[in-house]
Design a protein around this ligand. Sequence first.
Ligand code: FEO
Ligand code: CA
Ligand code: CA
Length: 668
Amino acid sequence: MTPRQLLPFVDQAHAGGRSSMTCLYRCGNACSHPVPNDSGNEHFEQVVARAVSRRSVLRAGAVGAAAAGVLGTTGWGAVSPAAAAPSARAGAAGGGPLSRFTGIAPTAATTDELVVPDGFNWAPIISWGDPVTRQAPDFDFDDQSVEAQRNQAGYNCDFTALLLDGRGRGGRSGVLAFNNEYTNDELMFRGVAGSADLSDDQLRIVMAAHGMTIVEVRRERPGAPWSYQQGGRRNRRLHSETEFAVDGPASGHDALKTSADPTGTKVLGTLNNCAGGVTPWGTVLSGEENFNQYFDTTGALDPDLHLKRYGITSAGRGWERVDPRFSVATEPNEVNRFGWIVEVDPQDPTSTPVKHTALGRFKHEGATIRLADDGRAVAYMGDDERNDYIYKFISRKKHKPGNLKHNLTLLSEGDLYVAKFTGDGSDDGLYDGSGVWLPLVVNGTSHVSGWTVEEVLIWTRQAADLVGPTKMDRPEDVEANPVTGKVYAALTNNSARQPGQVDEANPRGPNKHGHVIEITERRNDAGALTFAWQLVLIAGDPTDPSTYFAGYDRNQVSPISCPDNVTFDKAGNLWISTDGMPGTLGFADGLYMLPLEGRERGKLKQFLSVPVGAECCGPVISGDERTVLVAVQHPGEVSGASPDNVVSNFPYLGDNQPRPGIVQVYRE
Ligand code: FEO
Ligand code: CA
Ligand code: CA
């Protein structure tokens, strides 16, 4: 396919691989700030020391030269396919109708095109500004208003959920829900060089463009393209003025009380919603991630370092000019009301969405549920910060199939754990080992000395620091394979890890390209408190000897970098979307398929690439395996771009301005 446009430059990337413009608006330049986790938790130097001593034995066996990092790749990266995963290779399935696509070649990062495999087409479903409610006006880039934005699709889209309606409708209708993570002031309005230039009305518009969007979708027959329905009964915008209930042990705690909400039980809005999940009971979970950047900390006090540990240290985005709660000095507790997992029932537009304090407060990437053998709901969660942790929550009550009212209480009460990964050294030629879920709260009791349950849940990062978990390379999506039950966590990169701080679970320092870790719970039960683990992907250019593709021949796989979102098809293949490849490999971000079982375990191939400036988010493999949805987040977000100097026209509807949105890829 011929690229629409080849641009003369690639934006200067920041450490995480994104454009500097994306870094500013997406996460408040998180990678440019000191690492918030300065706890004394070890980087498993003793494991490294043991591994290095064993490596000398391997060297004697004439294994290849070491690459980056203390552990390098010697002993691990050079592992033979046969040694990589013998148990997984015995008679496993793989395959699936969608898996037979011919992979695309990497796309130059400057290409303003959404590239899909031969035999597939793509089309947008809904984009920023499209009317959601019946009264919403059509989108007009040059005539935006707060009222319009509260009724139109929100801006940048990340997690995407497609819930098909039940029997009798033949898979021809459903609900599409997606997160609206953040906005880009400079691309939303003409003549704006930063937040300081926004008028009060424009500030309220960007606030309204955050949150979530829910719309009904229909198609003529299974496999045909979806279209969304303006004014559908279940259509809804959740935005900065939408009321959320706070439940769980920390609800009503003094640290959640504000002048507008002296009960500490009701919050307006949800912020920086990144990844998420669909629960077995049909609700949508969404993680409040880089909420820190919206708060002005000028003049704020921080005696307990609660602000520092969460990176709440900036002058904000100017929101305090129109809503004083975004000034920490004025309203010190408002910031404690963000950083939660939220649950929304997309079938009931009158329902009040909930912030679940039982799942802890951190920069929640997302949460996904797997049921334990005894029916308890287990939520896997990443805290996306360099050197932060992976968590899991286990509900007290058990899932009751078909009982929504009961299941809506599952995430209100339970136990919270944080992961510690221990390597077993290089003798086996694998990056692997054992792990334990360290208790933070169990049976309503704090396991952190000197901390109450409520304190553990509100300042979870600091509580976790005290129990010795493993510092990870920016944990993003964590999700269980519906076929095998194994859990996969994307670790997107870590510019801060030093060569002397590597461990077997995070073997490169700095880690420019990221990796994916496979967790097998004891007895394959999500309710277990110990596990085995193994790296299945160490990303990068396959010619780089530090890369690893589950032991598959590196000559037969696609380059990949900065894994972010993960999902699965019915056959249990892992689908990975990326965030940061333009800055690390010079290629556009995209969506990839990684077989996890059978002879082709590790044979990574690329399904699509997104347009210039965009990251690929929210992959959904539809149940009939004939359609793939992705969120095209921040198209055209390249430093120097503006409404009068666009670098992308995505989604190419004749409207000159790039518009983030959800697209579908389907067979021709
Ligand atoms: Fe919003 Fe961790 O990506
Ligand atoms: Ca090992
Ligand atoms: Ca993400």
